[in-house]
Design a protein around this ligand. Structure first.
Ligand SMILES: Nc1ncnc2c1ncn2[C@@H]1O[C@H](COP(=O)(O)OP(=O)(O)OP(=O)(O)O)[C@@H](O)[C@H]1O
Ligand SMILES: [Mg+2]
Length: 305
């Protein structure tokens, strides 16, 4: 790919500039960033109709049933927690929703339409994006470039157009760089935009993954243990970011082991154990649910406490 930084030089200046702003200027600036991040969405959406639905999804790996007739829905504008002990099938759910694996039986529907045989790329274009439990970034590319790559999923120009550098492609690239920069600022890592991803601190890499997923302008953003390896203060900060993401118009599906954190940020929670859904409800209900308590106490998992 070309070098987006040539079009928009990234100086440490932006962050310093923001730091010098008056509270009023800062509020206006933050609103502009939110606008840039939320191009095609209504900001502050109400929790609404079902956006994504799993209908009796079963997924087998040979003799192992990783998902056993799992059904649940995600409503537009909500933060839905997906929890369960290790090996419960949480990541497999993400894989079934993003085209990594096809359900053995059952269906995944986005806005009422089955994903069917859609490829990963087609699913991204239809509006589902995810991060990975094990960070997957382009280590040799800068933070900014990693996000620009995410915006490519929505580009209208063909690869040929890009090679020929048609005017339209050039225009889109410029916008992509601007949006990518706004996204880095949104997740709080704009000060390291020009650094190679592999050189970023771990917490920055996790946030970069989120920015890159957001760059595809998903209707549904799926986060697979985004706070793994974080200390309590970092987790608290990340929860703030997840709320901000939802307030910006995204719908969020969150896999997270830390109960305190999940209870604090989600609107509803779905619980899996051994591939089966064992509970679904409000955080307060889930906390009191005997089957959930037993599932967590029944496994030697430090996180369950
Ligand atoms: N590609 C695969 N091939 C075979 N078995 C798999 C595959 N992916 C997952 N599994 C198995 O499916 C089950 C569910 O795994 P999954 O990764 O979805 O769990 P999880 O809930 O995400 O767990 P964790 O909290 O440890 O990330 C496990 O028994 C796992 O070993
Ligand atoms: Mg997992």
């Amino acid at each position: 790919m070309s070098h987006p930084t040539e079009d928009a030089p990234v100086e440490g200046g932006l962050v310093a500039e923001v730091a010098r702003m008056t509270p009023e200027q800062r509020a206006e600036h933050d609103a502009e960033v939110a606008e840039a991040v939320a191009v095609d969405r209504d900001i502050q959406v109400e929790v609404g109709e079902t956006l994504l639905e799993l209908r009796d999804v079963t997924l087998k790996f040979g003799g192992l049933t990783a998902l056993d007739s799992v059904s649940f829905g995600i409503r537009r504008g909500e933060i839905l927690g997906l929890i369960g002990p290790n090996g419960a099938g949480k990541t497999t759910c993400f894989n079934a929703m993003t085209g990594v694996y096809r359900p053995t039986s059952g269906q995944v529907l986005l806005e009422g339409k089955p994903l069917g045989k859609a490829t990963r790329h087609q699913i991204t274009q239809r509006g589902i994006a995810r991060t990975f439990q094990n960070i997957r970034l382009f280590g040799e590319m800068t933070a900014l470039e990693n996000v620009v790559v995410g915006t490519d999923a929505r580009h209208k120009t063909s690869v040929l157009g890009a090679l020929l550098r048609l005017p339209r492609h050039h225009r889109e690239e410029k916008t992509a760089v601007e949006r990518a920069m706004a996204l880095l600022e949104f997740v709080g890592i704009a000060d390291r935009a020009a650094d190679k991803a592999k050189n970023l601190p771990y917490g920055y890499q996790r946030r970069l993954e989120i920015a890159r997923a957001m760059a595809t302008e998903p209707k549904l953003l799926c986060l697979d243990e985004p706070a793994a390896g974080f200390n309590p203060a970092e987790k608290e900060e990340l929860m703030g970011l997840i709320r901000k993401i939802r307030d910006d118009g995204f719908t969020v599906l969150l896999i997270e082991h830390d109960m305190k954190l999940v209870m604090g940020v989600t609107d509803r929670i779905v619980v899996l154990e051994f591939g089966k859904k064992i509970a679904e409800g409000l955080p307060a209900e889930i906390r009191e649910n005997p089957a959930v308590i037993a599932a967590y106490l029944g496994v030697p998992d430090d996180d369950a406490a």
